[in-house]
Design a protein around this ligand. Sequence first.
Ligand SMILES: Nc1ncnc2c1ncn2[C@@H]1O[C@H](COP(=O)(O)OP(=O)(O)OP(=O)(O)O)[C@@H](O)[C@H]1O
Ligand SMILES: [Mg+2]
Length: 376
Amino acid sequence: MELSSIKILIVDDDEADRQDLANVLQRRIPGLIVEPAEGYEEAILKITASKYDCVLIDFRLQGKDGLELLREIRTHKGYEFCALIVITGQGSEEVAVEAMKGSAHDYLLKDQILEPRLIQSIETACTKAKLAEHQHLQLETRKNFAALAAHELNTPLTTLSGFLQMIELKLEGAPPDIQSYIELAIKNVNYMNTLVGSLLSYAQTGESNETIRLVALDHALGSALDLVRREILETQAQVSYSVLPMVYGRQNELIQLFRNLIGNAIRYRSAEPLKIEIHSVIERDVWHISVSDNGIGIPSKMRTQVFEPLQRAHTTGTSGHGLGLAISAKIVQSLGGRIWCEEAAEGHGCKFVFTLPVVEEKPVIKYNTPFSSIIR
Ligand SMILES: Nc1ncnc2c1ncn2[C@@H]1O[C@H](COP(=O)(O)OP(=O)(O)OP(=O)(O)O)[C@@H](O)[C@H]1O
Ligand SMILES: [Mg+2]
């Protein structure tokens, strides 16, 4: 990376040290802009007023801890990815760990700073900072693009749908084939509308602003069941579940995960009375949560593919975009888990299993306990 055009702030309450560093840097990198700050307050004033590419921070600032400054800088707009390097008089593992936890790119020992090591450290930190910022921008652009594309597509689709419905109203007495063409056109526009919504939801899954926190899977399941209650009643599905654990996740996404899996169990049911079972078991340090049904099942060769976007194993007789499982996989993966599909019983049904890390203490789960609830 070209260092001659960058701007560096050196925060050190020792004037001699500050000056030494500035001299070295200006000698080694002609054109480089170096500015000093003699303490916490001055550093904050300067980063608020100006944009620096790299900040070198003394670990021990008078009265304040350099790490506090490090963390404070990270919270300032424009400094989320800035190259930050901690310089310390006393090298210890503890200082290094603390510096890295505070998201410093590197830490250097004051009395052992060799010029090439210093330049290399600044160069590496600036390169990493630029890369992280670039990746963040790309992600934001992708998210914005998906939202923009969905919005841009939705507007004309809504207009189209409105005009088609007006035409339909005026078609009374028209030849039946004309009426059926319009009906087909309306059906397709409605399909596109829901497809755009699902694609947007797929693009945004795992990237929501909702923070990851402890979620009771029992509650997430309960909310998902509320959302599909009508379908459960219509199909007279029997849903049973055992105790579910607390896990780390985003509440809304975990509700959606259950909703997708239970919705599928209902949609891909067989002629038999539908039974859906939700269980959790602990295996080493992960929870295995399963949603099983006695439906039409998925042919073994399609059981991996169905987690890819727009992939469907059954296309006749059921509607769908082939995105529910892709969204579910993104949700589980964003929480450090895996998801897969097995046969529920010899020759029929599906058992979807997803894993999530165990949170601290393991609640006592009695296997084969009577189900805590039956919904009819
Ligand atoms: N419980 C199930 N039983 C049988 N087949 C299933 C089951 N769940 C999913 N599938 C198969 O996997 C495919 C992908 O499922 P997915 O939920 O991703 O999409 P979809 O249900 O077709 O549409 P949508 O995007 O509306 O959810 C389905 O089309 C279906 O063929
Ligand atoms: Mg589905």
